[in-house]
Design a protein around this ligand. Structure first.
Ligand code: ATP
Ligand code: MG
Length: 366
């Protein structure tokens, strides 16, 4: 994948480019009904997200690891007149799922508004090219459409990231769009009506609840789907291994022996500290202040691989991941430091097959 203008390889391809082959293979054999404006049937979209093997032998890789029902509800919501709100704690793949849904349904995941405290209404509605506006007055040519307006005009999926970080009045400017499927443009005495195929996926973080609560009027326009944390250790290990593999290939890191064992350890530490209980259910542990999400486990292992590849001996060793684990766990110097020590000495020290990891972590904490 390369940049349109310079031809330079891009750092991260959009889902519809990265998985163009899978999407084309799914479309070719998709004989189920497609909602108006959709590139694939809901069934094929779910297969794209969850993975499948097609009759022609094409392997569709799983993007989302989790209950099939969740994906089915999300996809079928988008085929109705209600928008989709993906809710969950950090790192539960809300952004990831939203990107892949847009890629599979519209072939375009780029119509994206990033919600922040500074997001203005123009980012959700439209703005003006002031040079044009001053020269020729308000006209369609002077109008700068937001990603939402473009999605409406083209019949595609718009994405709003971190909905609840946007000020409430900006959030509420979506109400007319979602209920009337039109965006009035009073300056032109006109409107843009949504073309079939338009819908919207918003994501919101559970932890932000209360920052800018979604108004009940807006919430009624959404179906909410909560993305859970990975149910089991094995699920989470699979997610991390898969993503680390993809990221490593994209960064052209070599595949290193030792990877599987260290991934399992990182995930184990994260889950035990997150749950406040060891995997065997026997020992209670204290929970640190930070969120130890799957996404963080992925970045800890990826950083470890880079360390091992460039400065190590070609094997992923406990020391390569221990720094990252410590950084993720100890956010607050005083309380987290104590939590980590307790866990290290109370749990990890006594695990026979963890001695190398224990020593590596111990050295860092001293
Ligand atoms: N259940 C899962 N299946 C597949 N990948 C997952 C899963 N959970 C997490 N991931 C991976 O975690 C990474 C981070 O996910 P993402 O950024 O989408 O999280 P998020 O829920 O949007 O987090 P935040 O609330 O911080 O924005 C992605 O690379 C994704 O592949
Ligand atoms: Mg996100």
């Amino acid at each position: 994948m390369s940049d349109e203008k310079t031809g330079a390889p891009v750092l991260r391809a959009h889902a519809e480019e990265a998985f163009a082959g899978e999407l084309a293979a799914l479309a070719a054999r998709d004989d189920r009904p497609r909602p108006p404006g959709w590139r694939l049937s809901p069934w094929a979209v779910a297969d794209y997200l969850l993975g499948a093997r097609l009759p022609d032998g094409t392997v569709v890789t799983p993007k989302y690891v989790g209950p099939r029902r969740i994906v089915e509800v999300a996809v079928s919501t988008l085929a109705t007149d209600r928008a989709l709100l993906l809710l969950g704690v950090p790192g539960t793949a809300k952004t990831w799922v939203s990107e892949h849904l847009a890629a599979a349904i519209s072939g375009d995941s780029t119509l994206l508004v990033q919600g922040t405290a500074g997001t203005a209404e123009e980012a959700v509605r439209y703005g003006w090219n002031y040079a044009q506006l001053l020269a020729n007055g308000p006209s369609r040519a002077a109008l700068v459409p937001s990603p939402v307006l473009r999605a409406m005009a083209d019949g595609k999926i718009a994405r709003v990231e971190e909905l609840t970080r946007m000020p409430s009045d900006v959030q509420d400017s979506l109400i007319t769009v979602l209920s009337e499927k039109t965006l009035p443009i009073p300056e032109l005495s006109g409107e843009t009506q949504a073309v079939r195929g338009f819908n919207l996926i918003a994501t919101a973080n559970d932890r932000d609840r209360g920052v800018h609560e979604i108004s009940s009027a807006l919430r009624r326009r959404f179906n909410t789907v909560v993305l859970p944390l990975p149910a089991t250790l094995d699920d989470e290990v699979e997610i991390v291994s898969r993503r680390v593999g993809q990221l490593g290939r994209a960064l052209e890191l070599p595949e290193l022996p030792g990877g599987a064992q260290e991934i399992r350890r990182v995930v184990t530490v994260f889950r035990e500290l997150r749950d406040g209980l060891t995997i065997d259910g026997r020992t209670k542990v204290r929970t640190p202040t930070g969120t130890l999400s799957t996404a963080e486990a992925i970045s800890v292992v990826t950083s470890g691989l880079a360390l091992a590849a460039h400065f190590g001996d070609g094997v992923l060793r406990p020391a390569d991941v221990a720094t990252g684990v410590l950084g993720a766990v100890v956010r607050d110097r005083t309380t987290d430091q104590a939590v980590w020590r307790e866990y290290l000495e109370g749990v990890l020290r006594d695990r026979d097959d963890w001695q190398d990891f224990y020593r590596a972590a111990r050295e860092l904490s001293d």
